[in-house]
Design a binder for this molecule. Structure first.
Ligand SMILES: Nc1ncnc2c1ncn2[C@@H]1O[C@H](COP(=O)(O)OP(=O)(O)OP(=O)(O)O)[C@@H](O)[C@H]1O
Ligand SMILES: [Mg+2]
Length: 513
């Protein structure tokens, strides 16, 4: 594209307000903006106008964004397509990347972000034209993975994108991250989205197999090759021919075995234990570990050459404490799964308990979250997990870390979330209440569903104090105001909109001093 040509951006979205806002902003930045209110209309516009960038909504009446994406890749292979969706699921992200989307953005997004994304898309489209490349999308199967990977945080979205990008090739992928971050899940998702999805997948936990048996497990053995080898045995590599092998906890593998893995990787050859015959195998390898491999390489407990071979693509999973925005959805997911498996009837978690858990550091990551929710759901008497149902050691750890002298109890539960949009004490907001307006300015969120924070508070109060919710609500708000003002009554009364005398009365009445 030469500089004299105005870049064309096609916005396909059935939300009139959003199209309007995008058009305003993008036109203001010297783009020619075209609009389509449906996937079908979008396809014909794309055919007629040949846009450089297409902003495509995923969830529309009629043709879905994902369907439109596939058609658009055919109609207009050089256009850079950015998929926008409010319903971000793992699968949409992976699919979007597999079908050759340039990028993916979750609603609500701010205009700055979409602008910078559009700019990079324009730049990429320029490069593509320069290189004279044609359709970059590879024809890959449209296998559906069994959902089940939660993550709308940007860190996890990056992970899903990488899965989409690497799945279809046979490249070796190393998944690293702390214990319980989901390494096994990610390895399986790579396999399920790969061209080998119909072929075998074998996961080997290298830490769980005794060192003297692992080679025989992996490569097989001949009858009589060692004591106890009464029969010939076919190893996992042979069994997995044509498929994918996942070497889990590879940091725990002995050096001698590492050498053989390296050979399998480099030459595609293995030997059964006790045999000199070489067997060709065609296996894609995925590996994972929570060990610091780089340090192990330095200490010579992990082979450097194998490290580089395995580490062609590295997917580093962030610990849960660095993506806390995923916590509410993960909890919801675990609760739904428990209900589906009839392990617990509990359907939800109180906003207070959730707010509290949002402050937790999750040393055991998602696995710990799963166990904690399971345990709490079993203990909960109603259909909601309350603070009192959470493990005491976790509640203590949170309150200790927050420097709260007072232990959190069910009674003070309401106080924690009296103002969910402006939480104190490091509690992260669970939902934001800003709504979309057509005249949204840069820096405001677009496509945000409006949330009334009082819904959650009201529901929680109804649950815990059905007969006198006003009093409990008032007590909670007063306690919060006092805490905010460090106990200074004049300031607190001002915030609360009551006289100091009334405040004093209430403090006595509610025993808040
Ligand atoms: N993003 C996620 N969405 C839903 N469930 C998840 C997610 N990440 C992890 N889990 C669940 O958490 C548990 C731990 O995940 P997984 O076994 O994959 O962790 P890991 O990284 O392999 O841990 P370790 O290093 O201890 O082996 C599993 O039950 C998995 O299903
Ligand atoms: Mg694991």
């Amino acid at each position: 594209m030469n500089a004299a040509i105005t870049p064309k951006v096609l916005v396909i979205d059935d939300d009139n307000d959003l199209r309007y806002s995008l058009k305003r902003v993008l036109s203001g930045h010297q783009y020619e903006v075209l609009e389509a209110a449906s996937g079908e209309e979008g396809l014909s516009m794309a055919e007629q106008h040949n846009p450089h960038v297409i902003l495509l909504d995923n969830r529309m009446g009629g043709m879905s964004g994902m369907e439109a994406l596939q058609h658009l890749r055919g109609i207009n292979p050089n256009a850079m397509i950015i998929l926008m969706t409010a319903y971000g699921t793992t699968q949409t992200t992976i699919e979007a990347m597999k079908f050759g989307a340039f990028d993916y953005i979750m609603k609500p997004f701010d205009l700055k972000k979409i602008l910078s994304l559009t700019e990079s898309a324009i730049a990429a489209s320029k490069d593509l034209v320069k290189a004279g490349k044609e359709d970059a999308a590879s024809a890959v199967s449209n296998e559906d993975i069994e959902g089940g990977i939660i993550g709308s945080s940007s860190a996890m979205q990056e992970v899903f994108k990488m899965i989409g990008q690497v799945a279809a090739s046979d490249v070796t992928v190393m998944v690293t991250g702390e214990s319980g971050t989901g390494k096994e899940l990610i390895a399986r998702a790579i396999y399920q989205n790969s061209l080998r999805a119909q072929k075998p997948y074998i996961a080997v936990n290298c830490a769980a197999i005794p060192e003297n048996l692992i080679e025989s497990e992996l490569f097989g053995h001949e009858k009589g090759s060692f004591t106890g080898a009464t029969n010939q045995r076919i190893g996992k590599f042979e069994l997995c021919d044509g498929g994918t092998i996942f070497l889990d906890e590879i940091g725990d593998m002995a050096l001698t075995t590492q050498t053989k893995i390296l050979r399998a990787l480099q030459e595609g050859e293995i030997q059964r234990v006790g045999s000199s015959e070489t067997i060709k195998v065609n296996v894609r390898m995925l590996a994972a570990t929570n060990k610091p491999l780089e340090e192990m390489v330095k200490e010579k407990t992990f082979r450097e050459d194998l490290y580089y071979r395995l580490n062609v693509v590295r997917i580093q999973l962030p610990p849960l404490r660095e993506r806390k925005e995923d916590v509410p959805k993960l909890i919801d997911f675990v609760l739904k799964r428990l209900a589906r498996d009839s392990k617990a009837d509990t359907k939800s978690i109180s906003p207070e308990a959730l707010a509290l858990l949002n402050q937790y550091r999750w040393p055991g990551n998602v696995r710990e979250l799963e166990n904690l929710i399971y345990r709490s759901a079993v203990l909960a008497q109603g259909d909601m997990i309350l603070i009192k149902d959470l493990p005491q050691e976790v509640v203590k750890a949170i309150t200790a870390a927050a420097g709260t002298a007072e232990p959190v109890t069910a009674e003070s539960e309401v106080a924690v979330s009296a103002s969910p949009t402006e939480p104190a004490g490091g509690v992260e907001p669970v939902a934001s209440a800003s709504a979309t307006t057509p005249a949204a300015e840069e820096g405001t969120l677009l496509g945000q569903p409006s949330v009334d924070p009082y819904d959650a508070v009201y529901a929680a109060l109804r649950e815990t104090h059905a007969s006198n919710i006003l009093e409990h609500g008032e007590r909670a708000l007063i306690a919060r105001a006092l805490a905010e003002c460090g106990g200074k009554q004049v300031k607190a009364a001002e915030i609360l909109g009551m006289t100091r005398a009334t405040l004093r009365k209430r403090i006595d009445q509610y025993d808040l001093s």
